[in-house]
Ligand binder design. Structure first.
Ligand code: HEC
Ligand code: HEC
Ligand code: HEC
Ligand code: HEC
Ligand code: HEC
Ligand code: HEC
Length: 350
């Protein structure tokens, strides 16, 4: 008897030791997400769907299933309150989709921009969110908004890529086809990280987003749009490195210039703790300006694109104010990190 108890205890210990792993970069145990009969202990697994779900899932949609574990813990990608979001790990939070107004531009209070502009509208009835009401498909491409969910970007059956993002090939049971590889990057653990830890982006993010957004923001073919996925060059790299806020445009140094709010890609970005700024070959890319999930600014901006001074964020709309990395009342748009158009600023009182 004693032996059995000891064995049981040993088993529990092993189970507890691995309890934090689920996908393990591969396919997790099937019944974490699927139910064969929609029945457990004689009760319905998903009481809202007495006849079961498409793909025999445990909840209405793939996103609902993922959010049962990742909603308010394990990365907390869908916090509980859009005014008190969990601090972003990399991708940003979906909770802002619940906002009633994100518009902090002039007269924003009387011209609301709804939460569906906060970013990717995942279809997740358990959280009260549905497909985007404005964009029927991905701008620049053709992915249908009505099918957008966690498993449109992350492989539910796991893989070795950064954050289990899909590479080229069919996705979502053949609904759509990706043509470009998964991005290369290193992220911090979803269980925590030291202050200052951030995603280290290496390569391929812009073309990966292009799987659904086509050549949006791609200068090729003579299009006059902002570059993405191309080298910034020595002049802009130097501007980035010296820029230390509106009040201190040339006081920075490359060794400490990195700003999580304005990241760039570089093969040399191997450390999630690096504070190093860019060099000429570093690339501006989609996530230089956007969050991959959503943010508290329209168009999933890493900062609010429609305010003049960052301190205006949240004032008109009453939405969460994205933190100003320089903590200065007179700080202007973070586009200036690469373009310093706030040189000779008239408001700044250094
Ligand atoms: C992390 C959640 C998760 C786990 C674990 C999981 N699945 Fe799935 N599975 C899904 C989702 C979500 C879909 C719906 C298609 C989609 O959205 O990609 C799906 C679809 C399927 C399909 C049909 C469509 C397809 O993509 O082939 C089969 C078959 C399947 N899963 C089998 C399995 C088996 C077998 C296991 C265990 C070895 C498993 N799944 C583990 C989430 C999961
Ligand atoms: C039963 C709980 C559970 C469910 C359901 C679940 N996950 Fe996870 N997920 C975990 C745990 C635990 C980890 C961390 C350890 C690991 O990677 O196995 C994790 C890690 C992750 C990571 C981070 C991997 C990394 O690189 O650090 C991603 C991305 C992810 N899950 C996506 C999904 C998606 C998408 C779904 C739905 C298709 C899903 N998860 C469903 C428990 C879950
Ligand atoms: C699986 C397809 C898919 C991928 C991959 C994808 N998107 Fe999207 N994206 C969409 C769809 C569909 C919409 C329109 C519906 C919506 O906004 O929810 C959209 C909308 C957007 C919007 C506008 C949001 C709004 O409501 O105004 C931005 C910004 C965006 N995507 C950026 C990105 C970036 C950056 C990446 C890469 C990190 C990316 N997307 C990858 C499908 C995708
Ligand atoms: C449009 C594509 C897209 C969709 C949809 C999407 N993700 Fe992500 N997700 C990403 C990308 C890209 C990253 C890495 C972003 C970074 O580090 O900047 C990421 C990162 C993550 C992480 C790591 C922690 C973090 O915040 O960076 C988790 C966990 C995760 N996603 C879970 C989910 C879940 C759960 C869903 C559905 C509710 C979901 N994702 C929907 C693209 C997507
Ligand atoms: C230099 C910053 C920057 C970069 C880099 C960038 N964007 Fe944008 N993006 C913006 C701004 C600002 C907007 C708001 C609309 C505008 O100004 O055109 C926007 C809007 C969008 C929209 C919404 C368009 C609509 O019709 O509502 C999508 C989708 C989008 N970006 C996707 C991407 C993708 C995909 C990439 C990478 C290939 C990317 N962006 C790179 C700044 C950027
Ligand atoms: C990571 C650095 C970076 C950031 C951040 C950035 N840009 Fe740029 N921007 C570039 C690069 C690189 C070019 C191309 C410059 C060149 O070829 O001389 C460029 C070019 C431009 C141009 C000129 C285009 C042309 O055809 O001459 C404009 C306008 C511009 N950016 C506006 C913006 C705005 C607005 C933002 C913020 C939403 C922004 N940029 C954020 C790197 C950046």
């Amino acid at each position: 008897m004693r032996k059995v108890l000891l064995l049981t205890a040993a088993f529990c210990f092993v189970a507890a030791g691995t309890a934090l792993a689920f996908h393990d970069a591969g396919v997790a145990h099937c019944n974490g997400c699927h139910t064969m009969h929609n029945s457990e202990d004689g009760a319905l697994v998903d009481p809202d769907s007495p006849n079961g779900n498409a793909w025999l899932l445990r909840d209405a949609t793939a996103s609902d299933v993922c959010l049962s574990c990742h909603g308010d813990h394990l990365g907390a990608v869908f916090g509980d309150d859009p005014l008190a979001p969990p601090s972003p790990i990399g991708a940003g939070n979906f909770v802002y989709l619940l906002e009633d107004n994100l518009n902090d531009g002039h007269a924003g209070a009387s011209n609301p921009i709804g939460g569906d502009a906060a970013g990717h509208n995942i279809v997740a009835p358990s959280r009260g969110v549905a497909a985007d009401a404005t964009l029927m498909s991905s701008p620049g491409g053709s992915f249908p908004s009505s099918s957008l969910g966690c498993s449109s970007c992350h492989d539910p059956h796991g893989n070795d890529d950064f954050r289990m993002l899909y590479s080229a090939g069919p996705i979502q049971d053949g609904l759509f086809n990706f043509t470009n590889a998964a991005p290369e990057a290193t992220g911090r653990s979803i269980f925590g990280g030291a202050p200052g830890a951030h995603t280290a982006y290496q390569d391929g993010m812009s073309s990966w987003c292009g799987n659904c957004h086509g050549d949006f923001h791609d200068e090729a073919n003579g299009r006059l749009i902002h570059p993405s996925g191309s080298a910034i060059g020595g002049t802009i790299a130097q501007t980035y490195n010296l820029y230390n806020g509106t009040a201190d445009i040339t006081g920075g140094a490359q060794a400490t210039a990195y700003l999580e709010e304005v990241p760039f890609e570089d093969a040399a970005n191997t450390s999630i703790m690096s504070t190093e700024g860019p060099s000429a070959g570093s690339k501006v890319m989609c996530l230089t300006c956007h969050r991959a999930h959503a943010s508290s600014g329209p168009d999933a901006g890493r900062w609010d694109f429609s305010v003049t001074l960052l301190e205006e964020d949240g004032l008109e709309s009453g939405s969460y104010a994205l933190p100003d990395p320089y903590g200065d009342d007179d700080q202007r748009s973070l586009c200036n990190k690469c373009h310093k158009k706030d040189a000779n600023d008239h408001i700044a009182t250094p």
